[in-house]
Design a protein around this ligand. Sequence first.
Ligand SMILES: NC(=O)c1ccc[n+]([C@@H]2O[C@H](COP(=O)([O-])OP(=O)(O)OC[C@H]3O[C@@H](n4cnc5c(N)ncnc54)[C@H](O)[C@@H]3O)[C@@H](O)[C@H]2O)c1
Length: 350
Amino acid sequence: MNAPLRIALIGAGSMGRQHYRHLLNVPQARLCAVADPGPQAEAFAAECGVPCFADHRHMLESVRPDAVIVANPNNLHVVTALDCIEAGVPVLVEKPVGVHLEEVRALVEASRRRNVPVLVGHHRRHNPLISRARQVISAGKLGRLINVTALWQLQKPDSYFETPWRREPGAGFLLTNLIHDLDLLRHLCGEVEQVQAFTRSDVRGYANEDSAAVLLQFANGALGSLTGSDAVAAPWSWELGSGESPVYPRQHGQPCYLLAGTLGALSIPQLKRWHYAEAGAGWHAPLLQSEESIPAGEALTLQLQHFVRVARGEQAPLVDAADGGRTLALIEAIRKAAESGRACMPEQVV
Ligand SMILES: NC(=O)c1ccc[n+]([C@@H]2O[C@H](COP(=O)([O-])OP(=O)(O)OC[C@H]3O[C@@H](n4cnc5c(N)ncnc54)[C@H](O)[C@@H]3O)[C@@H](O)[C@H]2O)c1
């Protein structure tokens, strides 16, 4: 039996603390240090019984952790992860993997050159509900995928924006939230070839967008739309629909993704499926419906268990830096499309 993996946490804000709570469910790992220059970090580290450092480089040198979770603000992800890689320490870096594709390419290169794995925190891919949806699609139950509709419509309280970095460039709901949905759409429906988009920022009036409408053309020919806003009193989002996290009171029965193919349709997170008894029977025949109940599961715990295996060299990361970069490329294409009014293709990240 291996000794528990010693994991350090860089960035002990709200997400870092969530990781810590989930780490308590993973006997194969334990927290060994916190690095965060913020005023609350000392007390948190003392609560966890581990040393606290203001500077993560100092922590890496003194503690020499086996692995690191990076959950600091978005624009520090790549520089911090690069320091970990240079120290030879496997990294779980929160999403977005970075804020610009160029810096992410440097991370991909360093991870490969030093042979140090990077797992990007697109934790929803670890959710059993998503694994089941992927099985349904790959088993051909939907036939040829034709239409994809994704919704991320909810309201963040004004207090969320009291943290300055959340109002500044490098944050915004495209990069902070829709990136999860776009990552799942890539995971479920395949790569996106082209996007068109509109964004607005005048509901909240901050530097970042607060509403968006995006058209997606997938490489397999499927056509999709994604509409979202963090300023609307609405129930359609993974957060409110899936029950993945208890901090969001659940809206049972409300979909966030609707996938329609030639043989059937699927709504997520309900895993409700529609099909005709006889393929192609069409609109005069009854459309049959079934529903599966898959508990949303502890995706963050499952992600940490996976990270332990990645850090030990037993598995390749489910979402490596290049894969996280491809989701970021989609965000960049959406931004460019919204600015230019033209269709844009995501840049390749290899
Ligand atoms: N996977 C998810 O579902 C999910 C959910 C929320 C946030 N996140 C991601 O987690 C990250 C943190 O978000 P948050 O909501 O916890 O933000 P937060 O502001 O609550 O926490 C950020 C923490 O980083 C610390 N910090 C700032 N500079 C630092 C530095 N140089 N070194 C170390 N720590 C530093 C701050 O003091 C703070 O404690 C973001 O990248 C965000 O996108 C992911």
